[in-house]
Design a protein around this ligand. Structure first.
Ligand code: TRP
Length: 449
């Protein structure tokens, strides 16, 4: 870094974008390797030019970021990419036939919590993209691992025999749902987190010894989930993101398909991977990228009863969501009662003024992989809600038919589900064991390299 008096002006003229000039990512400071920026600034790839300039220290970056914020661009970036260097995110192409932007040796990894039945929002935002990734990962060294995060499930209030039995049922149901949504155990490894628990939690511990309390304290999910109740403030909930980082890094995953709500967790994972590599002067962990699944139609499904809110199980209103396992009658009933508006002479996409109708159109576009103009054209001749909602119902019922049928087939077959999970546990355990051996060597717990 130059100390010439005009260096600031020179830096401001700097033509390179921020993340390039910010290298090296680690600065040696007071005997410690510090990441240059634990929370990298928001970068809206379309507006990168705004954050060129002062870059050589974290404060400069924060200032650059503030200037981005003050220009009102914070909201332009999707939450999953908020606070993320643009090269940390890869976008899942919206065209389901386009090749995946993944290298030949990619390890794709993600997990789902066994919280019960999957709704349309989960399906369009996560499970259908997972399937499409699995179907297109054919590179010689590419692998795909999907897990059921049953250890994370213990961070919600969980006490008593009934709760234990409910969890047992839900984790099995979760495997059935993955298979119903088209996850194929011959192409993707499906495993319970708890089946490889020893290795996940061992790496969790290692990462806990690197993870700054201040950083975890600034994360938001544990604050939301404790719900203002000090009884719920548990170490497990606080440490949840570190276990998630361990889940990802124990497989040395390179790409993690997630939607909007996991951006912060993946940023922590990258931070811990870099910190580990820097501390132990190795390159053991690839810095995993977000494989962003939150774009396109149908990815932000809203509640049927209150389109201002996301479709979510926690709303407590079963009429506000469509489960992938709902019967055609249930789907018809829910869509019939979905909140819309009083304009019935035409049906078009206008989320601001017609949130209810737009949500239904968005669901149709998402399920059919069509663009909105095509869906609007389908609805052009409709003059009442009966016709419009009938059409939406038809699309949803048909699109979910294979899922519903497969679910009915698998959910009763406990032995098959167990065998899938057992095979998955073996395959996942093998990869994780190999990686943990290397972690132990590097940190000084195993035999010398
Ligand atoms: N936290 C994720 C969720 O709530 C689940 C999860 C646990 C996960 N471990 C993970 C997701 C690792 C991706 C990678 O949805």
């Amino acid at each position: 870094m130059s100390s010439a008096p005009d260096s600031r002006a020179a830096r401001n003229r700097c033509a390179k974008p921020l993340w390039e000039t910010a290298r090296p990512r680690f600065v040696y400071n007071a005997q410690r390797w510090k990441p240059l920026i634990p929370h990298t600034p928001i970068i809206d790839p379309n507006n990168m030019s705004y954050i060129r300039g002062t870059t050589k220290n974290a404060r400069g970056i924060t200032q650059a970021w503030r200037s981005v914020q003050s220009r009102g661009m914070a909201d332009a970036a999707a939450p999953a990419t908020r606070g993320t260097r643009p090269d940390s995110v890869v976008y899942l192409p919206e065209d389901p036939t386009a090749p995946l932007p993944l290298p030949d040796d990619a390890t794709v990894f993600s997990m789902i919590q066994p919280t019960g039945t999957v709704h349309l929002g989960n399906y369009l935002g996560a499970l259908r993209p997972w399937r499409s990734i699995q179907d297109r990962c054919e590179g010689p060294g590419q692998r795909v691992i999907y897990g059921v995060a049953d250890l994370h499930a213990l961070t919600v209030p969980h006490k008593g025999r009934a709760a234990a039995e409910a969890l047992r049922a839900r984790r099995q149901e979760c495997v059935a749902t993955l298979l119903a949504c088209g996850i194929d155990p011959a192409r993707a490894t499906v495993a319970f987190q708890s089946s490889v628990a020893g290795l996940h939690t061992e790496l969790f511990w290692q990462l806990s010894c690197l993870a700054p309390m201040g950083y975890l304290n600034r994360m938001t999910q544990w604050k939301d989930k404790r719900g203002g109740d000090p009884q719920r403030e548990r170490l497990g909930l606080f440490a949840y993101p570190v276990l998630q980082a361990a889940d990802i890094l124990v497989y040395r995953a390179t790409h993690v398909p997630v939607g909007d709500d996991q951006g912060q967790h993946l940023e922590l994972t990258r931070y811990l991977a870099e910190r580990f590599n820097a501390w132990f002067e190795c390159d053991l962990f690839p810095v995993p990228r977000t494989l962003y699944c939150g774009g396109g139609h149908g990815k932000k499904v809203r509640s049927l009863q209150d389109p201002a809110k996301k479709m979510s199980k926690s709303s407590g209103d079963p009429m506000s969501l469509v489960y992938v396992t709902d019967t055609p009658e249930q789907i018809r009933d829910k869509i019939k009662r979905a909140r819309t508006d009083s304009i019935s002479s035409s049906f078009y996409f206008d989320p601001e003024n017609r949130p209810g109708v737009s949500n239904l159109l968005d669901i149709v576009a998402g399920l059919q992989d069509k663009d909105m103009a095509a869906v609007e054209a389908e609805c052009a001749g409709m003059r009442d809600y009966g016709a419009f909602k009938g059409y939406v119902t038809e699309v949803v019922v048909e699109a979910l038919r294979p899922v519903r049928e497969r679910y009915a087939r698998f959910s009763g077959d406990a032995a098959y589900l167990q065998s899938v999970a057992d095979r998955g546990a073996d395959a996942a355990g093998e990869i994780a064991a190999e990686n943990m051996k290397r972690v132990r060597e590097v940190v000084g717990l195993g035999a010398r390299r």
